[in-house]
Design a protein around this ligand. Structure first.
Ligand code: KMH
Ligand code: ZN
Length: 271
């Protein structure tokens, strides 16, 4: 719906970026929590969370997820969505580990793909294992779609009752190995969705801003953040996650999309 409140998800760190790429990347539990809280204060209602270990490396350690979650919860209300993607190559048991903490939501990638020069493995067994742990623990999955074929997998899995009939999708476009972030690809993907399914788009790198603008105009939702894009504009690094969220808020308000507060976002995402 064109005037439906806009859910902004902020992907605050991811697994790929380093301090060599940008000095503004939050890494420690305190930095991650502060960056999440700032993003929520700027207008985000969902935090897509990866964490890093003491060396700044991507990690799926439960204790770090727990610490960051507690620090975020102590300072703001938001939907916390754990990554089960981890970094390319993270073993399945590690990817699933933080689900023990029963976050509100978790990401669920819907197929194997090249991810730059690595392989992001999401075999049927991997997807089914993660989906069934989420179902068992009452965690809402966000279906991460990087390529058109992954939409077909969603359909097949729903038929087999491996996924809920009503679901929320994140189209992640622009990963080398997946669909690129041209607007036409977003149109193609959204046409495949049935009525009433909610969707959001995360454009990687230079695709982040134009895809966000398209999604706002089309009635979808938006993900931004340093996981996906470290630049505010060409040649100028974003100084924070909040700065990226603030721009989306300004565009949304100009396009008459009110912002979803956390309660509304919970409602829309069926939490
Ligand atoms: N880091 C990527 C290999 C997710 O969070 O679920 C996978 C990813 C997806 O970021
Ligand atoms: Zn992620």
């Amino acid at each position: 719906m064109m005037n439906e409140p806009l859910i902004i998800t902020c992907a605050i760190v991811g697994a790929e970026m380093t301090r060599h790429d940008t000095p503004y990347l939050p890494l420690t539990p305190d930095e991650l929590a502060q960056s999440a809280v700032e993003a929520v204060e700027a207008g985000a209602s969902v935090i897509h969370l990866h964490v890093r270990d003491e060396e700044g490396k991507p990690s799926q350690r439960i204790d770090i997820f727990e610490e960051v979650t507690e620090k975020i919860r102590n300072n703001c209300d938001c939907i916390i969505q754990y990554s089960t993607g981890g970094a390319a190559g993270t073993p399945l048991e590690e990817r699933a580990a933080p689900l023990e903490l029963k976050p509100d939501m978790a990401s669920l990638s819907m197929g194997t793909m090249n991810f730059g020069d690595e392989i992001f493995e999401n075999s049927e067994k991997t997807i089914i294992t993660l989906a069934s742990v989420m179902r068992e623990k009452g965690i809402i999955p966000e279906l991460e779609i990087f390529d058109l074929g992954m939409m077909e997998t969603v359909g097949r899995f729903i038929k087999k009752d491996l996924l809920p009939k009503k679901f929320h999708t994140q189209f992640v476009l622009g990963v080398p190995g997946g669909m690129s972030g041209e607007a036409g690809n977003l149109f193609t993907l959204t046409e495949r969705l049935g009525k009433g399914q909610s969707w959001s788009v995360a454009g990687i790198g230079r695709y982040e801003l134009p895809l966000a603008a398209h999604a706002i105009a089309m009635g979808g939702h938006v993900r931004v953040g340093l996981e996906d894009n470290i630049y505010y504009r060409k040649g100028e690094l974003a100084k924070s996650n909040a700065q990226l969220v603030e721009r989306i808020v300004r565009i949304a308000l100009e396009l008459d999309r009110p912002l979803a507060n956390v309660e509304k976002a919970r409602d829309l995402l069926l939490l």
